[in-house]
Design a protein around this ligand. Sequence first.
Ligand code: PMV
Length: 327
Amino acid sequence: MKKTTAKAPSNIAFIKYWGKADPKLRLPLSSSISMNLSNIYTITTVEFSKDLKEDKVEMDGGMIRQEEMTRVTKHLDRVRILAGIKLKARVKTKNNFPKGTGVASSASGFAALSLAASRAAGIKLSKRKLSVLARLGSGSACRSIPDGLVEWQKGIDSNSSYSYSLYPPKYWSLVDIVVMVDTKEKKVSSTEGHELAKESPFFTARVNGLRQKLKAIKKTMKNKNFEKFGEILEEETLNMHAVMMTSIPPLLYWQGKTIEIMQAIRNWRQEGLKSYFTIDAGPTVHIICLKKDVSSVKRKLAQISGIKMLIVNQMAKGAHFLNKHLF
Ligand code: PMV
């Protein structure tokens, strides 16, 4: 069996996935759109071997937590079934961002694992099948398989719920400046959060409006209408967080700094600096701007105290193989 290594980016959703139609299969209640990030990624090496009695998983130089181990082993089982093998695997995985910093790792992690493990098991999956496989490990991971700007079509069953590229990375000079305001791991994981989505009285209204919103944002991408695109981004973020805040029990992911930065971005726009925010299930603010405005945004951010880390990302390609292995 061939040792295989893959690299996969994390992604930021512009139209968010929040709420599942089928939690076991990780089928979403709505389609979503995202961009792959160039500077937040995972590299994973996998080798199946007859010398192993059990799966061995090492992450960032240490062993992983039991619940993470179970999730990885389950994913390896999916690959073993597809490949028709029983061998156990050695997995070594490395994130380029410090663990527990609140930067999502499950998307890049399961995308890299899906590509590396399937090839190491001797099977060559199409991008579509890889995306389906990654989705079973972590929903948003299916968007880290294709390149650039990506749509995850919700589908009607497991085989029809996958992601594809809308535009390649070079299409548009979008940048995501990730502004970390807290380095603690979030208390409520997105897996738990998805379960609560339907508890919000606003959830149905949100889902009903999404079709139109998907259409509208795609039009702004086609026309490269950045201002309209940004307006939809912010409206969508606030819409998803309104659902989070009104689920039972409510989820409040923002911190004081999160709101301070959201307000600052809106003020910068009044002054002519076109940047927009989007926020996932945590306090981290993603500032979306065009490449030409990155240094202006960074200058503005330098005036805000208490920011823990900045990561500047361009649009990236999806999961791909690397020749250099981690072991
Ligand atoms: O794939 P999960 O379970 O980590 O869920 C991702 C949820 C959000 O980040 C809030 C939205 C999204 O579409 O990425």
